[in-house]
Design a protein around this ligand. Sequence first.
Ligand SMILES: Nc1nc2c(ncn2[C@@H]2O[C@H](COP(=O)(O)OP(=O)(O)OP(=O)(O)O)[C@@H](O)[C@H]2O)c(=O)[nH]1
Length: 194
Amino acid sequence: MSSSLTSSTSDAPKIRRVALMGSRAVGKSSMVVRYVHDVFNDSYFPTIEETFTKQLTFHGQVYEVEIIDTAGQDEFSIFNGRHALDVHGYVLVYSVTSKQSFDMVTIIRDKILNFTGTDWAPIVLVGNKTDLQGQRQVSREEGDELASKWKCLSCETSAKKNSNIGRAFELMLAEMEKSTDAVPEDKKGECLIL
Ligand SMILES: Nc1nc2c(ncn2[C@@H]2O[C@H](COP(=O)(O)OP(=O)(O)OP(=O)(O)O)[C@@H](O)[C@H]2O)c(=O)[nH]1
């Protein structure tokens, strides 16, 4: 965790809600469990939906971040509108070992934008499972290229090795604050950005 996340402040916490979305078994639950409880489990238990909360300090502001760990999606999943109306941003996760899961994040983003009627949303693109280097199907460059096309931030992580997990959520806060900065002062804190 970076020092910017650990310094203290007396400000009241800002609530920020984040939805973690992506194909099945890319490691969404493992990322959030690593982030909130700092543990990793090799077993796979498919998620229905679960919400985690973590308090942290970022750029001198205390945040209470609610992370919605959604069920894995496929091209036939119906986009849950509640995730568009009720969240400030999205972490779209693929596995660097699965080209199919990389293709799926584009489908999910399209569904988000279709639902919200916007051409941009606060998204952080995350390629997980970097510890499985020998099984890579998606290069770092392909991830960077997609993120730059989407004008969003991105990183690669390993929930197993606890690599870059804190950074992924830190980038999410940065992305959300960038978009709330564009919202008039009296509207800040409301979920108007989507
Ligand atoms: N090697 C490795 N395995 C991982 C990593 N992250 C998750 N896994 C494994 O991948 C499998 C799926 O992980 P989950 O966290 O359940 O994946 P999920 O995306 O939440 O899956 P759904 O609930 O189906 O959407 C589990 O066996 C995890 O142990 C990682 O960074 N490296």
